[in-house]
Ligand binder design. Structure first.
Ligand code: 3H9
Length: 699
C-alpha cells in the first residue's frame, strides 16, 4: 500500500504532502510517513528547506480519533512533532481548510506557518475530553502567549486565519495555490538566510510572570464555576501552566502525563462517542447513498409564530431565500417585526454584523397569499398543533406547490402520516421537527413518513447540514423520539413532586447531574400546553394499572402555561425568564399528596426520571422509531441538554450496566406497579449480555 505521505522536490525545497482522505487525520501510517519524509529531507544535502502541505479539502484535522483507547502504535505523535521541531533546516507548514488538534500541533512544530485566508486553526481536544498531547500546550503559549493558549485550548473553538495571524501563530496569509504560496515563502526565507525558528524556544509566555499566574487562576475559577465536574479543562490549564514554569522538555513530560489521565477518563469515552454518534446520525440505514437529492434554494415557512420565525431565521442564516406566510397583513407585520428585532438583538450583542443582518432581512419576504409559494423547493409548516389547522395548510400547499416540492411539517407530536394523507403526494411529505429557538438549537428530527421517498429524506438530511444542524431520522409515533422519551422522564419528575418532593429539589438533582436545566424549568420554557396535549393522548391509551400525574393538567387549567404566561411550575414576574419559586403551588401539591409528604430518597430524585427515560428509549429502539441507540443519544445531547460528558442516555445506561438499570426498573415496578414494566429489549439485552450501543449498530 502506498504511503499517505509523499516526498517530492522543487529545486532545493523538499515538498512533503499528506494525502489521507477525508480529513488527513494523523493515523499511524501518516505519523510514520512524516517521520520518514523529514528524515529523508534531513539526510539529503541538496535540500535546503521543507514545505509541508496537504492534499484535498483540508490540512491535517487532528489525530485519528478512532485510535484512542486502542494500544498505541509507534511512532507517537509527540515524538513526530519533536523530530519535526529538531529538524536542522527551515520547515514551513502551509495550511488550508481545518488545521485542528494534532494538525495544528504539527504546524506549531514546523518553524514557520502560513495559511490560506479561509483556513481555521484550533485545538478542540477538550471537546473530546482530552488536551493537546503532541506539544500543543507547550508550544502555543510560547508562541502566542498564555491568554491565547487558554482561550484556544480550554475553549476548544477554532479561530480564523486572520485571528491566528494577529496573535502571531501565523506568519502570513495568502490566497490561491498552496504549493505556489509555500514555495514563494520558502524562497523568501532562503533569501533572508533564515534558519529554523523553533516554537519550543519562543519566549512570549515566559515573560508574563505574575500576569500569567493571574490569567491561569482566573481561568481555573471560571472553569470550576461554569463547567463543574468536567475532567479535561482543568488539566488543560495545568498543562499550560507547566509551559510557564518548566523547561520545554519537562513541560512536554507533564503534558504527556496529563494527556494520559484524560485518555483514561470515562468522560473521554463519552465525548468521543458523541463525536462519532453525530456523524453516524447522518447515515440512513437502507438508503441508497447514490440517491439524487433535490436542490433547495427557496423555502416557504407557513406560520410566523415563535417557531416559524426561528425557522425562517435559521434558513436565512444559511443563505436560503424564505417566503414567510401569515394569514393576514397584521399578523405578517408582527412576524416580520419579530424577525427584525431578533436580528437586531444579535447585532447589539455583537454576534452579527449590521451587514449580515441586512443580508438576512433581504432574504426573508413576507407573504399572505399561498399563490406566492408556487415555486418554492421546500415548504415548512409551523402553525399551531392542531390537526385541522395542519389539514388546511397541507391542502393549500398541495394545490399551489410545484411538482417535486418537498412539503414538511414542524409538528412536534402529531401523526405525520395523517398529515401526508391531506395531500395527493405523500411521498413528498416528511416532518422537520425543529427545536425552540429554531435559530439556535442544533437538533433537527427528520420524521420519516410511511411513504416519504428516499430523495426527499436525503434532501432533508443535506438541508440539516447546510443549516449547521444535527439531523436525526426518526419514525412516526406520538412525540417522535425526543418528546416521547421526555414525557416519561417528566412523568416521574411530576410523580416525585406529587409524593412530596419540591419542584426545586427535583430540578436541582438533575441540574447537579449535569442536565442543562431541570425538567420543570424545561417544561416552563417550552410551554406546558404542548406537553399537556401529549399527556392527554397518553392518558387515552393507558394500560391497566398505569398511573399518570395530574400537576401539569392542573397548572394548565389554572392558565399557567409556563414562561409565556408568567407562571407555570415557577413564577416569571414582569416578563422575566429566571424561574422563581412558586410558593402558591405548595398548597396545590399538599392537596394532591393528601398532605402526606413521603420521605423521598435523594437517589430516586435522579434515578427515577433517568430510568424512565432509558426504559422508553429501549422501546423506541426496538420499535425502530430510532435507527440506533447513538441517534437517541444525539437527540438528547443536542436537543434536551443531556450532559455531553455522559454521552447521552443510552450510552450512559450502557456505562452504568444494563443489568443494574434493569434491576432498578424491576424494583420500581415492585413499588409503583405498571408504569415500570421493563422494556422487552432491555430484558433481552441483559439476558444476552449486550449493550444498547452494540444492538444499535446491527443492520
Ligand atoms: C487530537 O488531535 C489529539 C492530539 O492532541 C494528539 C495527541 C497525541 N479522526 O465531520 P465530518 C471523519 S484529537 C478520525 O463529517 P466536515 C468523520 O468521522 C483530534 N476521523 O466532515 C467522518 O467520517 P465518516 C482533534 C475523523 O467536513 C469524516 O471524517 N481534531 C476525524 O463536516 C468527515 O467528517 C478534531 O477534533 C479525526 N480526527 O468537518 C477535529 N475527523 O464519513 C475533528 C473527521 O465515515 N473533526 N473524521 O462519517 C472535525 O471537526 C470535522 O471532521 C472537520 C470536517 C471540521 C475536520
Amino acid at each position: 500500500m502506498s504511503s499517505p505521505v509523499q516526498l517530492s522536490h522543487e529545486g532545493a525545497v523538499a515538498v512533503i504532502r499528506v494525502n489521507n482522505p477525508p480529513v488527513n487525520a494523523l493515523g499511524q501510517a501518516v505519523r510514520a510517513g512524516l517521520l520518514e519524509a523529514f528524515a529523508a529531507a534531513e539526510a539529503d544535502a541538496e535540500v535546503k528547506a521543507v514545505v509541508l502541505l496537504c492534499a484535498g479539502t483540508t490540512f491535517i484535522a487532528g489525530a485519528d480519533i478512532r485510535e484512542f483507547g486502542k494500544p498505541p502504535q509507534a511512532p507517537l505523535l509527540a515524538d513526530v512533532t519533536q523530530a519535526i521541531e529538531n529538524f536542522s533546516k527551515p520547515s514551513l507548514a502551509v495550511l488550508h481548510g481545518s488545521a485542528l488538534g494534532g494538525g495544528l500541533e504539527v504546524a506549531l512544530a514546523c518553524h514557520y506557518r502560513i495559511a490560506r485566508r479561509d483556513a481555521r486553526l484550533g485545538l478542540p481536544e477538550v471537546k473530546l475530553g482530552l488536551l493537546p498531547g503532541a506539544g500543543g500546550t507547550q508550544r502555543l503559549p510560547r508562541v502566542a502567549g498564555v491568554a491565547v493558549a487558554l482561550e484556544m485550548i480550554v475553549g476548544g473553538e477554532p479561530v480564523t486565519a486572520a485571528e491566528a495571524e494577529r496573535t502571531g501563530i501565523l506568519d502570513q496569509l495568502f490566497d490561491g495555490d498552496l504549493l505556489a504560496a509555500g514555495l514563494a515563502f520558502a524562497e523568501q526565507l532562503q533569501a533572508q538566510g533564515a534558519g529554523p525558528r523553533r516554537s519550543g524556544e519562543a519566549t512570549v509566555c515566559l515573560t508574563g510572570g505574575a500576569d500569567n499566574a493571574a490569567l491561569l487562576e482566573a481561568k481555573r475559577r471560571e472553569v470550576q464555576r461554569s463547567l463543574p465536574g468536567l475532567f479535561s479543562p482543568l488539566r488543560c490549564i495545568a498543562a499550560i501552566e507547566a509551559a510557564t514554569v518548566l523547561p520545554l522538555v519537562e513541560g512536554l513530560k507533564r503534558e504527556r502525563k496529563l494527556f494520559q489521565e484524560c485518555l483514561q477518563s470515562p468522560q473521554r469515552l463519552a465525548l468521543v462517542h458523541k463525536f462519532f454518534a453525530e456523524r453516524q446520525a447522518g447515515k440512513i440505514k437502507g438508503l441508497d447513498t447514490a440517491v439524487e437529492t433535490r436542490p433547495i434554494s427557496s423555502v416557504a415557512v407557513i406560520g410566523g409564530g415563535t417557531m416559524g420565525v426561528g425557522i425562517a431565521l435559521s434558513l436565512a442564516a444559511a443563505g436560503l431565500a424564505v417566503k414567510l406566510l401569515e394569514l393576514d397583513a397584521d399578523r405578517l407585520a408582527t412576524a416580520l417585526q419579530r424577525v427584525a428585532s431578533t436580528l437586531d438583538k444579535s447585532v447589539q450583542r455583537g454576534s452579527l454584523s449590521a451587514q449580515a443582518m441586512q443580508q438576512r432581512l433581504a432574504l426573508i419576504e413576507g407573504v399572505t397569499d399561498y399563490a406566492a409559494l408556487a415555486k418554492v423547493d421546500l415548504a415548512i409548516e409551523a402553525v399551531f398543533e392542531d390537526i385541522a389547522a395542519k389539514q388546511a395548510v397541507f391542502e393549500a400547499l398541495d394545490r399551489v406547490c410545484k411538482p417535486g416540492a418537498i412539503l414538511s411539517s414542524n409538528t412536534s407530536s402529531l401523526d405525520l402520516n395523517r398529515i401526508a394523507a391531506f395531500t395527493r403526494r405523500p411521498q413528498d411529505v416528511l416532518g422537520l421537527h425543529f427545536f425552540s429557538p429554531a435559530n439556535v438549537m442544533r437538533l433537527l428530527e427528520v420524521v420519516r413518513g410511511a411513504q416519504s421517498n428516499a430523495a426527499v429524506l436525503a434532501s432533508a438530511m443535506q438541508l440539516g447540514k447546510r443549516l449547521k444542524k444535527v439531523a436525526v431520522v426518526v419514525g412516526v409515533c406520538d412525540g417522535f423520539v425526543g418528546n416521547r422519551m421526555a414525557l416519561q422522564y417528566i412523568r416521574e419528575a411530576e410523580l416525585l413532586v406529587e409524593e412530596g418532593a419540591s419542584v426545586q429539589q427535583v430540578d436541582a438533582a438533575l441540574g447537579e447531574f449535569g442536565m442543562a436545566m431541570g425538567p420543570f424549568a424545561m417544561l416552563d420554557m417550552s410551554g406546558l400546553d404542548i406537553w399537556q396535549s401529549m399527556r392527554q393522548r397518553q392518558r387515552a391509551s393507558l394500560s391497566a394499572g398505569q398511573l399518570l400525574p395530574t400537576l401539569l393538567d392542573r397548572l394548565c387549567a389554572a392558565g399557567r402555561f409556563g414562561q409565556k404566561s408568567g407562571a407555570g411550575f415557577y413564577l416569571y414576574p414582569d416578563g422575566s425568564r429566571t424561574p422563581q419559586p412558586n410558593l402558591q403551588l405548595a398548597e396545590l401539591f399538599d392537596e394532591l399528596a393528601d398532605g402526606v409528604h413521603e420521605d423521598i430518597d435523594p437517589h430516586s430524585l435522579l434515578q427515577r426520571p433517568l430510568y424512565a427515560l432509558i426504559n422508553e428509549g429501549a422501546r423506541i429502539l426496538e420499535e425502530g422509531i430510532a435507527q440506533r441507540a447513538s441517534d437517541i443519544d444525539v437527540i438528547f445531547l443536542t436537543g434536551y441538554g443531556f450532559p455531553a460528558h455522559l454521552g447521552g442516555p443510552m450510552f450512559y445506561a450502557d456505562q452504568l450496566g444494563l443489568d443494574k438499570v434493569l434491576q432498578g426498573i424491576r424494583e420500581y415496578q415492585r413499588r409503583f406497579g405498571a408504569n415500570w414494566q421493563p422494556a422487552p429489549l432491555l430484558e433481552r439485552l441483559v439476558a444476552e449480555g449486550k449493550t444498547f450501543t452494540e444492538w444499535g449498530q446491527q443492520g
